[in-house]
Write a protein of this length. Sequence first.
Length: 132
Amino acid sequence: LGVDKSINTSRETGYVIGAEYLYKISKETSLIPFAEYTALKNLSGIRGRDSEYSTVALIGNYRNWISSFALQMRNIDKNYLNDRHIFDRQLQLSVGYKFTNNLTIDVSRAEIREDAKKGSLLGINMSYVQKF
């Protein structure tokens, strides 16, 4: 994508690196540790506005149950309106169950801190999986 040639704009560039591994504990039990790191230069096309995103998670499966614990962190060197540093984070716990009829129900709880404001989240997701 192009960048308009106005003052203080520059092309956004970045990279992502991640890894996960499936540990089979038994026939019906497994753990998946997950990590990901993202770095962006000139975020949103603003010269000098750099950011880093980090995620670490642990996902557990036991029979039809699944649970996960995740921590996401975001560092931004410059905000849109000023030059202050921003450190955001989200800590999340999820538990779900897959029924034999391909219906899945998940419940998530998250504690969020974004731009020096705190919040909480409780979510419920119901999904149906259809094989083609």
